[in-house]
Each structure stands twice: as C-alpha cells, then as structure tokens.
Design a protein around this ligand. Structure first.
Ligand code: FES
Ligand SMILES: [Fe+2]
Length: 369
C-alpha cells in the first residue's frame, strides 16, 4: 500500500517533520501536494475514505422508503430511510457485478439494481436475485450492501465511508455551540437553487480559498467584499483540528437598508470538504469533491429566509454566484502556479490565514498516519 514515505521519495520532498516545521513558520504544504497523483491517491484512502462529508438535506430522506445518492471522495453512497425509521448508508455498488443501485434520489420499498435485478431491502440485505434458485450454494441471506456511517447534523445528513469512524458530533464538538444557532435559523430557510462549479485545480486549492477571507477585499471587491466587512478587525476566523468558523458583519444592503442590528455572515467548515453558512437573508450548504489530482467540483445549495426582502435575496443569490465564479477563476489560475515547479511552497499571512495553517496541518497528519 502506498505510504507518505513513498511519495516523499518519489518527489524528493522534505520529511514530515520538516514540512510541519515549515507550516509552523507560515509556509504552505509543498507544491507537489497540489498535483501529484500519488498524493491524490493517498488522500482518497486516508482522508476521503475516513471523513464525514455532507450528503443531503434531511428532506431528501424524510420518510420510510426514501433514498438519496451522493459521493464521499470516490466512494458512491446511498442513504436510505428504513421501515424502522433508521437512516442507513451503504456503498452504492451492487454485490453482483458492481453496478450502482441507484443513480438518482427516489422512494421505493425495495432497492433493485437496474442491471440484473438483484433486490435489496432498505436495510441493505439482499432479498432476491433472479435465477438464484438455479445456483448451488447461493444464499441471499449472506449478502448485503457494504455499510457506511451516517449521522445527522441538525437538518443535514452526513456520511463517512468508514463505518468505524468516530462520531461526527465528536469530530465537530468545538463548533457545535456556533452551529446549533445557525442551523436552527437555517432550518427555516427555503431552498432556492443549486450552484455547481467545475474547477481545474486540486480540491485543496479550492477548499483553502473557502476558508480564508484575506482575498475578499481584492478578489471579491464587487461581490462578497462589497457586501460584508472583511477587514481583520471586523471579520473573525477561528479554527480547531477539524473545524473552521468565520463571522463578519453586513456592510452594505441594496435599497439603502441599514445593516445595523443584523446578525451578519456566519460560516462553518468541517474538514475536509463540507461547509454551511447564512446571513440574515440567504444561507447555503455545500461541498467540494475531488475529481482528479487537478480537478474538483463544488456544489452550493442556496436557501433564502422566508419573508426576507426579495430585492436583497435576489441580489444576494447573484452576489454568491459571482463570488464563487471569482473563486473558481482564482483557484484555476493558482493551479498553474502550483504546477510550475518553480515555487516549492507559498507563504501564509498567519494573522489572516490561520485557518489554512490548521487545514494544512490536519491534511498532513491525516496523510502521514
Ligand atoms: S450488477 Fe447488480 S444485479 Fe448485476
Ligand atoms: Fe472567495
């Protein structure tokens, strides 16, 4: 099995201790981490196969028989709502010859693989397989979909491909005090639209952009940076091992509305790839998914507060799309820089970019385990 030591040798990288010392001083991870196929393979195995990732809103699996499909890294996953009321998750791969069980969300009492018709219960157990009575030694009762871990985080359903993973509630305990509040508010917001973005950059380049706001006054001067106060005395960031939190006040509203008294923007990120946020008008949940060493895809499901000024809501939804398009442009261009082979590491501005240091340390330690 591939290990970090093999990757270090292949790319003549510093030792993990040296990389960690560099991170402490404000260096970024080595540039190779952002394009080497071996690092990507290691990340799939050591990060995405073992981490909690956003799957769907609870409404997608609200009643018995409902199921939702998602991916956690390269693992296809199906979440089911059983007759007993339990949410369960399985690798969305048939035990016959590995077709998916479902390609889209739906609602059925049984899950039938569309390829040859093997039929599973919502508990993952194989019930019937066509022509099984003609087989010697074939016992449906011994076959089941491969389980994964599922947990609710308020209205959000998260999955972890590792059924023995530590609970999401434990991993994100240091942020629950903040997220309890925003999720209670966001629960009332109504779904509007899904934004999707295809990037030609490593997933970490995009995630790192999402967890710092040092770029907000420049890159987003006519979008996020116009809407919110983003200078360091107003805009707060904090991070734990697996969590990052941002909050900042609203600076400007269309129609000369006074932002005084509004709660402002609040943002929660959980390692490696999921995030949700809201302000007084709109909210969202999203995730970035690795697609290849230098490709990723992100979706952001936008919600709006019922009864909020429709002029602001419309403007805010457009502002977020513009912000995320600006992010995509920047991260695609950064990838060329990482790829250049001329710059071994970047240099963080730790007062503003401390969440990146935390993100990079968590990445390094996951890969080194
Ligand atoms: S692959 Fe599912 S029934 Fe054949
Ligand atoms: Fe941004």
């Amino acid at each position: 099995m591939l290990q970090m030591a093999d990757v270090r040798k292949r790319y003549a990288l510093p030792t993990e201790k040296e990389i960690l010392a560099g991170l402490d001083e404000g260096a970024t991870l080595p540039a190779e981490f952002y394009y080497a196929p071996e690092v990507y393979a290691l990340e799939q195995e050591k990060i995405f196969a073992k981490s909690w990732q956003y799957a769907c809103h609870e409404s997608a699996v609200a009643k018995p028989g409902d199921y939702a499909v998602t991916k956690a890294g390269s693992t296809p996953i199906i979440v089911t709502h059983g007759k007993d009321g339990e949410l369960r998750g399985f690798v969305n791969v048939c035990r016959h010859r590995l077709h998916s069980i479902a390609e889209e969300n739906g609602s059925k009492p049984l899950l039938q693989c569309p390829y040859h018709g093997w039929t599973y219960g919502l508990d993952g157990k194989l019930k019937t397989a066509p022509r099984s009575q003609r087989e010697a030694n074939f016992d449906c009762a011994t076959i089941s979909l491969e389980p994964v871990a599922v947990e609710r985080w308020d209205q959000w359903v998260f999955v972890n491909p590792d059924p023995a993973a530590p609970p999401l509630a434990t991993v994100t305990a240091d942020m629950r005090g903040f997220t309890d509040d925003i999720n209670a508010e966001l629960r009332e917001y109504e779904f509007q639209v899904r934004y999707e973005y295809d990037m030609t950059c490593n997933w970490k380049v995009w995630a790192e952009n999402a967890v710092e706001c040092y770029h907000c006054p420049t890159l987003h001067q006519s979008s996020f940076g116009k809407t919110y106060h983003t200078n360091p005395d107003d805009y707060a960031v904090r991070s734990g091992d697996n969590t990052i939190w941002h909050d900042g006040p609203i600076k400007w509203l269309p129609g000369n509305v006074d932002p005084a008294g509004l709660r402002g923007f609040r943002f929660a990120f959980t390692f490696p790839s999921s995030f949700f946020a809201l302000d007084d008008y709109v909210g969202f949940i999203g995730s970035v998914q690795p697609v290849g060493p230098e490709k990723c895809w992100a979706f952001v499901d936008m919600y709006a507060k019922p009864g909020a000024d429709p002029v602001v809501v419309k403007e805010w939804l457009e502002m977020w799309d513009q912000t995320l398009i600006e992010d995509k442009r920047a991260t695609d261009i950064q990838q060329i820089g990482y790829r250049s082979g001329r710059i071994p590491t970047g240099r963080l501005m730790l007062d503003s970019e401390s969440p990146l240091q935390a993100f990079m340390k968590t990445t390094l330690s996951a890969l080194s385990l």
